[in-house]
Unconditional design. Structure first.
Length: 132
């Protein structure tokens, strides 16, 4: 459980604070923190069903879909050739320009331990992507 002030968009925290999100909220907060920890300049911005993680120039290096209270899907701008058993192609309706690999966390599943490394690599990769 995160015991310090998160930089995750406060609206995203509010979105996952209802009773139906109780089981998945700690994972959402941990994922958000891992994606933001890569840089002091990293920012998060909630849209309707996903949180964009952006560099200072506005380019997006990751997106976290918080559409359903039973799962969170994260897309990242990882370098070509990045493979892992938990990484997959974009689920239907969850593509985003510049994102190359995705992972899903369902209620009861652990967050991949590789997330911190993936976040760093995603932040550093494809810096020329424009935001959408």
């Amino acid at each position: 459980m995160i015991r310090y002030m998160s930089r995750l968009d406060e609206r995203a925290v509010e979105r996952v604070s209802g009773p139906s999100w109780q089981a998945l909220k700690p994972s959402v907060l941990e994922i958000g923190d891992s994606l933001l920890r890569v840089s002091r300049d990293a920012q998060s911005n909630l849209t309707t069903i996903y949180v964009k993680f952006e560099r200072q120039d506005g380019s997006v290096y990751a997106v976290m879909w918080i559409k359903k209270s039973t799962q969170v899907v994260v897309g990242m701008a990882l370098p070509d050739g990045t493979e892992h058993g938990r990484l997959h192609e974009a689920p239907k309706g969850m593509t985003y320009p510049g994102l190359t690999r995705y992972f899903t966390v369902q209620v009861g599943e652990n967050i991949p331990v590789e997330l911190v490394d993936w976040a760093r690599r995603s932040f550093a990769h494809n810096r020329s992507s424009s935001s959408s």
